[in-house]
Structure formats: structure tokens, C-alpha cells
Ligand binder design. Structure first.
Ligand SMILES: [Zn+2]
Length: 427
């Protein structure tokens, strides 16, 4: 039994070629892309592609899934105050059950906006992994380490990170992989980072961290180490391991050269950075220097949507606005950052619609009023479409959403449970 799209406009390959084709999916793989009509077999699911656009599913490269529970709990505050006075105290009360239902709510929101994979960093990883497994989503999971030294607490944080790798790397027939996630250079000390590098090498997994997010972080780093956060991690040999660095808002031209030289992937989280008043990451400069720039929403407490479509639109618009240059981050590049570049950053076998690749595809209906008429489908997607246009989502060859109906998650139950849990966080 397979899936056959007939007469669908699709963003194929890398870089994108956008054209009308038929596509066959068998098992978890894209097996045929044809300019001439394919004949669906009786057992195939046939999707009429008229008026629709198929893209590689969005890859949300930096998330903290259960933070949807704190959506709107602490708005309009700068990062340090938001984190230390609001978020960390409520996170201490978060149970594994809370994290499970929160993760499911986050996954529902992601699937509804065409996301097929996420790279998550949080605690209660087993609860998050269970939710991801049930959802059918592809994910890279990591335990968020916060430890200044390798004392008993530091060792226990490293042990939890290792437990997350052994439990989840390769789970769900390979849909789930793992990373090691030291929270940031300002929350983890040198000995902890060195152990992180050893752990990542031992298991062959990437490092996922927050880097150079605020001006204060960078200034404090210079005072403490006489180096920028980027220079510090390079000096500690962290970048000898494939690294996914979220934010990189405050980076100098020489920092950018270091990121490019070491093939560090940057995850641009423009709405989180804007909402926390952190600034705008220089993605045009980073991309021009050859840095792989992906896109992430960050957690819902600082965004407050897990909506990759609005994220990539904001990414394109802010790059144009701050540089006073309309030619920067054109529509196809914005989509590529949120798909192909994301897959390369988090090292998953998806992100490009091509024969032989994993079938992770989002389908959008461009016949909505806000996307009529369509001259350039990727322009319609980036500058006009809302996530309501997403109608089908396929991961590993299986529908997670079909005609806007979720197939793996009981959405009403998830909303009920998360509203129940949220009551305890209101006080
Ligand atoms: Zn984050």
C-alpha cells in the first residue's frame, strides 16, 4: 500500500525546482517522481494535487516541546528575568506526566503547521520521547544539561544526558535520534563541556546548545573568559563535534568565520529573539559566509507559537528590514532554511523531495482566499499563506494529518489534559 499524489505542484530537490508532477511513496520512501501521470494501484491512497503545493516538511530545529504549558504565562520580560524569575521556578514543578501532555500539545501544533521533524532540548526526555513515538513525528531528543562543575550534580546531569541517548537514539525504527544538549556556555562550565564532547563522540551524536543569544551573555563571557561565546567553545574544542547552535544573535564577523570554518549549524529563532528583546541574528551575513542557517521556534513560552510558517516569514522580513535590502532571503531561501538546511543541521535523512529520500512531506492548499492568485507558489507560501493552508502531513510514509484531520493524536483529549495541568501553574 502506497500513497500517490497526482498533478501536484512540488518543490523538488535542492535547490528547489518547482513543477507539477506525480509522486509515489512506498513504505517510508519516495520511490517515483514523474512528469507523466502515474497509475495508482487499488490499494494506494490517491491524493488529487490540484491547487496544492507539496514541500519537504518543515524542520523545527530548536524547540522545548513541553513549554507550551507556559504559553502566555510570562510575557513582556527580558531573557534573564524571564528565565530566572518566571520559567525556572515553574519548571521545577513540572512532572513527567505534565511534560508528556505538553509535548503532545506541542506536537499537535507542529503537525497542524506542516512540521515533520523537531530538534528538542528539555528534561523529562522519556515523557517527551513517548509522546513523539505515539505522534509519528521525526525528532532529535536531548536532555538539557545545566551544571557549572563536574560535582555530584554535574555528574548526575551528564548521566541523565547519557540515559536519554541510550533510551532514544534510533527509537521508532530510526525516526528518533539523540543529541547532547549543554544549555549554554553561561550555564555549563569547562569541565562539563569537555565531558559533553566525550559523550557526543562516544555515541556519534551532535551537540545542541544555546549560543550568543543576548548582548549581556556576550559581555559577561568577555569579562569571565576574555573571549566571545563562539571563541570560547572553539577554544574548548567543542566544534570538533557536529554542533547545532541556537540563536547566535550577537556574533562578530570573526565569530561568523569561526562558525563557518567549523561547520557549526546555526538555528535562527527570530520571533523568540524579538519577543525577548534580544535582537536580530545577522543571518544574511552568516549565510553569505557559508554558515548553514536553519530555523526554529524555540519554546512556546517565548514565541508563543510553534508555527514554522510564521517563523520563516518573520525571518525573511526581518532580514530585509534590518539590512534595508529587499533582495535578501528570497522566498525559496526562506523555505530552504526551514526544510533542507534544518535537516542538514539536525542530521536527519529528510528535508528534500527526491527519489530514494524519506517521505516527510507537507501539503498546502493554495486555493485559500489569501493565496489567490498564485504566480510563484513559494512566494505564496512565504508571504501570504497561513498554517491553516496545511492539509496533509506525511512522516516516514505515514499520514499524521489527512485533510486537516489528525490521524495519530486525540487532539481534544490533549487539549483537555493540558488545560487541566495549566490550572496548577496559574498561581
Ligand atoms: Zn531555547
Amino acid at each position: 500500500m502506497g500513497i500517490v499524489f497526482t498533478g501536484i505542484t512540488a518543490a523538488l530537490g535542492d535547490p528547489f525546482t518547482v513543477k507539477r508532477v506525480d509522486i509515489r511513496i512506498e513504505g517510508n520512501t519516495i520511490t517515483t517522481i514523474s512528469d507523466s501521470p502515474l497509475s495508482p494501484r487499488p490499494q494506494d491512497t490517491r491524493i488529487d494535487g490540484d491547487g496544492k503545493l507539496a514541500i519537504p516538511g518543515f524542520i523545527n530545529a530548536h524547540t522545548h516541546l513541553p513549554m507550551v504549558l507556559f504559553r502566555g504565562l510570562a510575557d513582556d520580560l527580558p531573557l534573564t528575568q524571564w528565565l530566572t524569575e518566571k520559567l525556572w521556578p515553574v519548571e521545577k514543578r513540572l512532572t513527567a506526566d505534565d511534560a508528556y501532555w505538553g509535548a503532545l500539545l506541542g506536537l499537535v501544533e507542529m503537525i497542524r503547521s506542516g512540521t515533520t521533524a523537531c530538534s528538542d532540548m528539555y528534561f523529562h526526555v522519556d515523557a517527551i520521547g513517548k509522546a513523539v513515538l505515539e505522534s509519528g513525528m521525526r525528532a532529535v531528543l536531548a536532555y538539557g544539561i545545566i551544571a557549572s562543575r563536574l560535582d555530584n550534580h554535574g555528574k548526575s546531569e551528564l548521566a541523565r544526558a547519557e540515559d536519554a541517548i541510550t533510551a532514544w537514539n534510533g527509537a521508532g525504527d530510526g525516526r528518533i535520534t539523540a543529541a547532547v544538549a549543554p544549555h549554554a556556555p553561561y550555564t555549563c562550565g569547562k569541565s562539563v563541556w569537555q565531558s559533553v564532547v566525550t559523550l557526543a563522540r562516544r555515541y556519534g551524536v551532535p551537540i545542541h546548545t544555546h549560543l550568543a543569544e543576548t548582548r549581556t551573555e556576550v559581555a559577561d563571557c568577555y569579562v569571565r573568559y576574555r573571549k566571545s561565546p563562539v571563541e570560547l567553545l572553539a577554544a574548548w574544542d567543542v566544534f570538533s563535534v557536529p554542533t547545532i547552535a541556537a540563536h547566535c544573535v550577537h556574533v562578530t564577523p570573526s565569530d561568523i568565520a569561526v562558525l563557518a570554518e567549523h561547520n557549526v549549524s546555526v538555528v535562527h529563532c527570530p520571533k523568540s529573539n524579538a519577543k525577548l528583546g534580544s535582537g536580530v541574528a545577522p543571518i544574511a551575513r552568516m549565510r553569505a559566509a557559508g554558515v548553514n542557517v536553519a530555523v526554529g521556534t524555540d519554546g512556546a513560552a517565548s514565541n508563543n507559537r510553534l508555527d514554522m510558517l510564521s517563523e520563516l516569514r518573520f525571518a525573511a522580513l526581518t532580514a530585509k528590514a534590518v539590512n534595508e535590502d529587499a533582495t535578501l532571503v528570497p522566498a525559496a531561501d526562506a523555505v530552504r532554511m526551514a526544510t533542507t538546511a534544518g535537516a542538514a543541521a539536525v542530521r536527519i535523512p529528510a528535508g528534500v523531495i527526491a527519489v530514494g529520500n524519506r517521505a516527510d512531506i507537507a501539503v498546502l492548499d493554495l486555493s485559500q482566499v489569501e493565496t489567490v492568485p498564485v504566480y510563484d507558489p513559494l512566494s505564496s507560501l512565504v508571504y501570504a499563506a497561513g498554517r491553516e493552508a496545511v492539509c496533509d502531513v506525511i512522516v516516514d510514509g505515514k499520514f499524521l494529518m489527512r485533510d486537516r484531520a489528525l490521524t495519530t493524536i486525540d487532539e481534544d483529549r490533549v487539549k483537555y489534559e493540558t488545560k487541566r495541568i495549566a490550572v496548577s501553574y496559574k498561581t
